[in-house]
Design a protein around this ligand. Structure first.
Ligand code: DX5
Ligand code: ZN
Length: 225
């Protein structure tokens, strides 16, 4: 399995100080920046677009920027995010008319591609798409807001996707997003996830580094079992 990746969601950062907050979380040990894009259409909330992604790059952020698109339609915005400095772009299949084409567009734009499955979205989407994916993101809350409670049934889904990834023989990241905290990250890791998104658990804490360290400790403990 890959080295674990901690990807703080900037949704829970202080937006008035986004550059500083992003730097702070990266120097506290975070690996990726998880960038939640909401359109008040696919999800009932509105956040940030490519200009803000570009602003973070201009501010000096060099870490991977992991763009989680919660927008419909998907395709038109892909090249804008690639030009704005996105590293990975993930989208929800229900939000795209042609998910395979969206994946091709993400690759053609020079980014890695992820598919995001909501708690109620079946895994059959992976049947014909997994061979083209770099990452599978399982939502452990319904998308739209930070600070929601982890849905425990997703643990079985993580195990199922881990098996599909092993069967594919490809190096595909398995990411979990929603309600991830120090007290459940061990179970999430044991189920087979290797990329962990956490918003409120990190940005809601006084000391980002101690939360990230505690998360890594829990993951190592779970993997050692
Ligand atoms: C929800 C977003 C998540 C969210 C996670 O739609 O995709 O990335 O910010 O926040 P927490 O960790 O607070 O559940
Ligand atoms: Zn997200």
């Amino acid at each position: 399995m890959r080295e674990p990746v901690i990807a703080p969601s900037i949704l829970s950062a202080d937006f008035a100080r986004l550059g500083e907050e992003t730097e702070a979380v990266l120097s506290a040990g975070a690996d990726w920046v998880h960038f939640d894009v909401m359109d008040n259409h696919y999800v009932p909330n509105l956040t940030v677009g490519p200009m803000v992604c570009e602003a973070l790059r201009k501010h000096g952020v060099t870490a991977p920027i992991d763009v989680h698109l919660m927008v419909k339609p998907v395709d038109r915005i892909i090249s804008d995010f690639a030009a704005a400095g996105a590293s990975n772009i993930s989208f929800h299949p229900e939000a795209s008319e042609h998910p395979h084409r969206s994946i091709q567009m993400i690759h053609d734009a020079g980014c890695t591609a992820g598919l995001v499955l909501n708690p109620g979205t079946p895994l059959h989407w992976l049947d014909w798409l997994i061979k083209d994916l770099d990452l599978v993101l399982l939502m452990s809350v319904n998308p739209g807001f930070g600070g929601q409670k982890f849905i425990p049934e997703v643990l079985d889904k993580i195990r199922d996707v881990r098996q599909r990834i092993e069967d594919s023989g490809r190096d595909i990241g398995l990411q979990v997003d929603g309600g991830v905290k120090v007290d459940n990250i061990g179970r999430i890791a044991a189920a087979g996830a290797d990329i962990f998104v956490a918003g409120s658990a990190i940005f809601g804490a006084e000391d980002y580094a101690s939360v990230i360290r505690a998360m890594h400790d829990q993951i190592s403990e779970a993997r050692a079992k």
